[in-house]
Each structure stands twice: as structure tokens, then as C-alpha cells.
Design a protein around this ligand. Structure first.
Ligand SMILES: Cc1ncc(COP(=O)(O)O)c(C=O)c1O
Length: 384
């Protein structure tokens, strides 16, 4: 078995999670379509899998590969969706304990935290993690901090090393949603995070054809807690979904390199495009998060958020005029997507009405640019 640290991550995504190299063995893991396993001895003995909600060999290659990419020596846990992994992360708050969650987290994460607070399961302190002093002050007496960087969809960059260090000094459990950066660009466990969650639906699987979540944990004790939670709550992935996510992972480095390079070019061009009031992209020298992103991230990512002049109406018209880029929610796939985020009632109010999030895929940069500039022109002409 290779160790991720021996190899460049672009090699690791290809090499990890393979069956043993035995003559005649398949190159790829097989898909175990079964709900139960042979087991004559007492449950829990060596090699005993029990039941397919407890364990499934189809999850393991993916769980091992993503854990190694994130720098963990214990296998990750895969889930039925990114939100199931988010829910598992939030389950680490003791009943009635205090969770710090950014108001501008992915709307599902802050939505779940608010709903848990309403039911009395936890006490919620909403934070703005870009404001370090206020965030550190809010850590007093808290049990867990939730962080995401860059944030969805404002693309604000959070000082993860500083905040994680401050949280650890105060004994908080730290969970980081690393969906946007992927382990190829940022490894929060190396800064001291306890759990990293992913919507593998996005970049890891990468083809907009599967929902799957992953939680990577710092140590065996946390894994045992989350495994018990997953087994009892039942939010397990299907074997085929796990296989698809691993197949997607094989090309993550290629896809991300290409999409990120294109995103950088498009962000620069959009800066001076007529009808665009603001471009948010951490790779732009003018972006408020640029310095932190340059120090912290291995790349600036494939998401670009733009704010259109003329408010929501112009933004909707712009999205409607796109012919190549697909108007759809989600991100991280090979095909570029665009969405005016506030069309979703759950979106945080901090997100401007006219903000359109672009998830850049792997199409040719000039085809994407032609589509964007044509849609900008047509939607402006419609307003005139
Ligand atoms: C940052 C982030 N975290 C978590 C999720 C939830 O993932 P899923 O849709 O796979 O449940 C999403 C989905 O959009 C996301 O963008």
C-alpha cells in the first residue's frame, strides 16, 4: 500500500483505493450488492461485517483514499450525501452545548444548525469567521466551531490556521467543510482540525451524477463516535454511489487544474466586463481574501461569483441568456453551472440579490467566455 505522503497528490488520486496486486485481480474495486454478510460467530469478531448498514467493502477504498489525501491515518466515513456528513459533524456538539457556525455557511449547514438550535439540541452562536477577534471572543464556553473556506457562495477566505489554533487552545472541537478546496488545495487536519467534511457530490465525484458525503477524522476515537452515529442514523451511501465517487476522484487533479486555470482567466476578464458590478474570486489581486488565499491554498478554486448591475432582474436575465453554461444549482462538475443564489429562499441574506455563482467546468475557456460575454450583452440589451 502506498502512503499518500510518498506521492504527489495528482498521483495519489489515481493510485489509492485499489485492490491488492494479485494475478488476475481486478484493477478496480468491485461493487458489493448485498444487504448482509455470512457470519456464524459472535457479531463484531475479526472480519465480521454484520450487516450492510454497519460496513460495506464498497465504501472502503473511497474512505481510505480520501482519508490519506486529507492526511489522516484512520479511514474516513462516507455518507448518503454531503448533508448527512454535515449532520454527523454537528452531532459532535453535546446536547445543549454551544456551536459556533458562520451565518454565511452553505445554506444547508447553517439551516441545520438553526433547526437543531430551535429544537433545543444545541445552542447556536452565529459568527462571521472573517472577523477573527469577534470569532475568538465567541469561543468562550463553546463546544464546537464550524468553518468553511472559501465560503459558499461569497468566496470569502477564512484564516483557518489562526482560528483552528485559537479553538484548540480553548478545547473546542473543530469541523471544517472542505468541499470547495478539496484535499488537493487545503488540508485542514494539518492545521489541527478534528473533522473535515465534504460534499463529494461536488469536486470529488465531479460529474454531477451522484450524491455522497464524506467525513475525515483526526483519530480513531472520533471515528468510533461517528461510526456509531452513522450505523444508528443509517445515512449510508449506496455501493454504486461510492464506486462512482472513487472513479470521479481518479481525475480530480486534472479536472481541478483545468477548471481553476479557466476560472482565473474568466475572473480577470469579468472584472472589466460591462454589466458586472463586482467579481469575487480569491485569485484576483484585488480580492479582499487574496493574500490569505495565496498563503493558505494550493490554488484559488473553480468557483467565481459575480454581482450584476441592475439587481436580481438583470442577474436572472443573464442566467437565462446562457446557452453553454447550464442554469442549475450545485458545483464542482465537469460542466459549468450558473445560479443566482438568492433565488433560493434558504440562502443567507448576506448574499447579494444580484450575485450569480459560476461553477467553472472543464470546457474550453474561449467557449465559456463567448457564452458569458454574449449573455451579458443580451441581458443588458434587454434592460435598455
Ligand atoms: C459547501 C457545501 N457543503 C455541503 C453541501 C451539501 O452537500 P450535498 O448536496 O451533497 O448534501 C454542499 C452542497 O451544495 C456544499 O456546497
Amino acid at each position: 500500500m502506498h502512503h499518500a505522503s510518498d506521492l504527489d497528490p495528482s498521483t495519489s488520486v489515481v493510485a489509492l483505493g485499489r485492490p491488492a496486486r494479485e494475478t488476475g485481480a481486478a484493477l478496480n474495486p468491485h461493487i458489493a450488492l448485498t444487504s448482509t454478510f455470512f457470519g456464524r460467530e459472535a457479531p463484531g469478531g475479526p472480519g465480521d461485517r454484520g450487516y450492510a448498514r454497519f460496513s460495506n467493502e464498497s465504501w472502503e477504498p473511497l474512505e481510505e483514499a480520501v482519508a490519506m489525501l486529507e492526511g489522516s491515518s484512520v479511514p474516513a466515513l462516507s455518507y448518503a450525501s454531503g448533508m448527512a456528513a454535515v449532520a454527523a459533524g454537528l452531532s459532535l456538539v453535546p446536547v445543549g452545548g454551544v456551536a459556533l457556525v458562520p451565518s454565511t455557511s452553505y445554506n444547508g449547514s447553517i439551516g441545520l444548525a438553526r433547526s437543531l438550535a430551535e429544537s433545543g439540541a444545541l445552542r447556536l452562536r452565529e459568527i462571521d469567521p472573517v472577523d477573527i477577534e469577534a470569532t475568538v471572543a465567541a469561543m468562550e464556553g463553546a463546544d464546537l466551531i464550524w468553518l468553511e473556506s472559501p465560503t459558499n457562495p461569497l468566496l470569502e477566505v477564512v484564516d483557518l490556521p489562526r482560528l483552528i489554533a485559537a479553538a484548540r487552545e480553548r478545547g473546542l472541537t473543530v469541523v471544517v467543510d472542505n468541499t470547495f478546496s478539496t484535499p488537493l488545495r487545503q488540508r485542514p487536519l494539518e492545521h489541527g482540525a478534528d473533522v473535515v467534511v465534504h460534499s463529494a457530490t461536488k469536486f470529488i465525484a465531479g460529474h454531477s451524477d451522484v450524491l455522497l458525503g464524506i467525513a475525515v477524522v483526526r483519530n480513531a476515537e472520533l471515528r468510533a463516535r461517528l461510526l456509531a452515529h452513522r450505523t444508528l442514523h443509517g445515512a449510508i451511501p449506496g455501493p454504486f454511489e461510492a464506486w462512482l465517487a472513487l472513479r470521479g476522484l481518479r481525475t480530480l487533479a486534472l479536472r481541478l487544474d483545468r477548471a481553476e486555470a479557466t476560472a482565473g482567466v474568466l475572473a480577470e476578464r469579468l472584472l472589466s466586463a460591462p454589466g458586472v458590478a463586482r467579481v469575487r474570486y480569491p485569485g484576483l489581486a484585488s480580492d479582499p481574501g487574496h493574500e490569505l488565499a495565496a498563503a493558505q491554498l494550493g490554488g484559488f478554486g473553480a468557483l467565481v461569483s459575480i454581482e450584476l448591475e441592475g439587481g436580481a432582474e438583470h442577474a436572472d436575465a443573464f442566467v437565462a441568456e446562457l446557452e453553454l453554461i447550464t442554469p442549475a444549482t450545485s458545483l464542482g462538475g465537469v460542466e459549468s453551472l450558473a445560479e443566482r443564489r438568492r433565488r433560493q429562499p434558504a440562502e443567507p441574506v448576506q448574499v447579494p440579490e444580484a450575485l450569480v455563482r459560476l461553477s467553472i467546468g472543464i470546457e474550453h475557456v474561449e467557449d465559456l467566455w463567448a457564452d458569458l460575454s454574449r449573455a451579458l450583452e443580451r441581458s443588458r440589451a434587454g434592460r435598455a
